[in-house]
Write a protein that binds this ligand. Structure first.
Ligand SMILES: *Cc1c(COP(=O)(O)O)cnc(C)c1O
Length: 525
């Protein structure tokens, strides 16, 4: 087989096993032990003076031995962290096709803005008079979010999408209680294709979840909603575009049915990046929707990075938004922090969701993203995200199978594993072989409604050349499946620093703590 450069390629175990190295390193792929394994307590990278003698005030509880921190020289510490950082695969390394995550462009400008001392160094307990600029930014960002969604109010404090779901559903619960229907409206409708956080949120605050099946085209049938709804229903939680990458084309009719039954429409807005500037949730009949600032308006995420999930609310729910929120008093901004103050603003908040006002750093990034793109730029980002996903779909549809037929998708394209049937290769094998090719795999086995799902989201910021190489790689892999080159998949990854891991065991029995090896003396006994 010839590779892309026209040279013979040697995929597989044989090529690696034939040339073992003394160090275990493979060229620039260097093995890196834990920092505890390379550190020695007597070594230090900094020269700290002995503290002056002092009288401890801990009544004899003070520590007498070391805390066991690894001791490293400065170059050793640098090498350790630089090597670890080089093992990362991220959007700065290459195309990141993970679906349902909208990993995307994180403009450096945003990072610069978020690090401005006036934003980065503010403390949540500072006097209002000293943080007027931060309040103004929050107020302006809130106005843009309302403009883009066509909604009435926005709660800025939720710190992730799932947290936003909680906020929106608590507002719905409060609204229902205010109407005296708390005892009767106990059910939340959730389509089968929903993200797991939707039913989890509803259940967490005491609702019973009633599933709504999808129809064969992957969308929700209004007739199914009609059949499931009744006077016991508090709300529906619907993702649009949905997790299959499809626009819920009957969303307006679904909203009508839900409202007619006296219930509320919660939209999961995690995929808002596909429709920004094109459609406004407010016009579709949505009552509450979280926006993942980290998925739609940039900010690096994943790997535990911070999120931010402001929730936009319709006029039916606006009054119930939680404290604190920013208001403008004449020339000055301030936070409304308690119920009495909120009541003077005509609001009846369901309570407080977080200690403070939300994720300032993410607000700054989102604002910088919006200002640098402009209204036309944001609309184009949505269009390009959808165009890129459809390009990938069109270029792979002859080799890989599409569960809902070869018709246009939104910002992500969903394949299933029907095309792998009887080949001896699974979705997981295929994903692992992508690692050998230098790509982070797409999202696999989600959404659950599709067998062996492969959800590809190329994002708006990939060039045609980058997409073409990605497509060519997937085509090459798909052709290998067809040829019966099963070994290329079942043993993959061959070239990664670690081979196939026992992911089930890692999830079920995680080893989260390093324990020092027994001292040699004890081992010898
Ligand atoms: C990511 C996502 C969520 C949850 O958002 P977090 O910020 O990760 O809490 C909810 N629904 C969908 C469809 C998502 O993709």
């Amino acid at each position: 087989m010839l590779n892309r450069q026209g040279r013979p390629s040697q995929p597989g175990e044989a090529a690696v096993a034939a040339h073992p190295t003394f160090t275990g390193n493979r060229a620039l792929q260097q093995e890196e032990p834990l920092i505890f394994e390379i550190g020695r307590p007597e070594t230090t990278g900094v020269d700290v003076d002995e503290p002056a003698p002092f009288e401890p005030r801990l009544g004899g509880l003070e520590r007498t031995d070391g805390v066991g921190l690894p001791g490293l020289s400065e170059p050793e510490a640098m090498r350790h962290y630089v090597r670890l950082s080089q093992k990362n695969y991220g959007i700065d390394t290459g195309l990141f096709p993970l679906g349902s995550c909208t990993m995307k462009h994180n403009p450096r400008l945003n990072e610069r803005m978020a690090r401005l001392p006036g934003f980065a160094d503010v403390h949540p307990l500072q006097p209002f008079s000293t943080v007027q600029g931060a309040f103004e930014l929050m107020d302006t960002l809130a106005a843009w979010l309302l403009e883009l969604t066509g909604m009435q109010a926005v709660a800025m404090s939720p710190k992730a999408g799932a947290h936003g779901e909680l906020c929106g559903m608590m507002a719905i619960k409060a609204a229902i209680a205010a109407k005296g229907e708390a005892a009767t409206r106990r059910v939340v409708l959730v389509p089968d294709s929903a993200h797991g956080t939707n039913p989890a949120t509803a259940a967490l605050i005491g609702f019973t979840v009633r599933p709504v099946p999808a129809r064969p085209d992957g969308t929700v049938d209004p007739a199914a909603v009609q059949a499931a709804i009744g006077p016991d229903v508090a709300a529906i939680m619907l993702t649009n575009p949905n997790t299959c990458g499809l626009f819920e084309r009957d969303v307006v009719e679904i909203a009508r049915i839900v409202h007619e039954a006296g219930a509320y429409f919660y939209a999961d807005g995690a995929n808002f990046n596909a429709i920004v500037g094109k459609a406004r949730p407010g016009d579709l009949g949505v009552d509450a929707m979280h926006i993942n600032l980290h998925k739609t308006f940039s900010t690096p995420h994943g790997g535990g990075g911070p999120g931010s999930g402001p929730v936009v609310l319709s006029d039916r729910l606006a009054a119930f938004a939680p404290v604190p929120f920013v208001v403008r008093d004449g020339e000055r901004f301030r936070l409304v922090e308690d119920e009495a103050d909120a009541a003077r603003q005509g609001a009846r908040p369901f309570g407080r969701l977080t200690a403070f006002h939300g994720q300032m750093g993410m607000f700054v990034r989102a604002m910088a993203y919006m200002l640098s793109h402009g209204a036309d730029g944001m609309k184009q980002a949505s269009e390009d995200a959808v165009l890129n996903a459809n390009y990938v779909r069109a270029c792979l549809a002859d080799l890989m199978s599409l569960p809902f037929g070869n018709r246009p998708c939104m910002h992500e394209v969903l394949f299933d594993d029907a095309w792998l049937k009887d080949t001896g290769v699974t979705t997981l094998d295929f994903a692992k072989a992508m690692i050998d090719e230098g790509y982070h795999p797409m999202t696999v086995y989600f959404p659950l409604v599709v067998h062996g799902a492969m959800l590809v989201e190329p994002t708006e910021s990939e060039s045609k050349a980058s997409l073409d190489l990605f497509i060519a790689t997937l085509r090459d892999l798909a052709m290998a499946v067809r040829r019966g080159d099963v070994e290329r998949f079942t043993g993959a990854p061959y070239h990664a620093p670690r081979r196939r891991l026992d992911e089930t065991r890692a999830a079920r029995q995680p080893v989260l703590r390093w324990t020092p090896p027994e001292p040699i003396r004890e081992a010898a006994e």
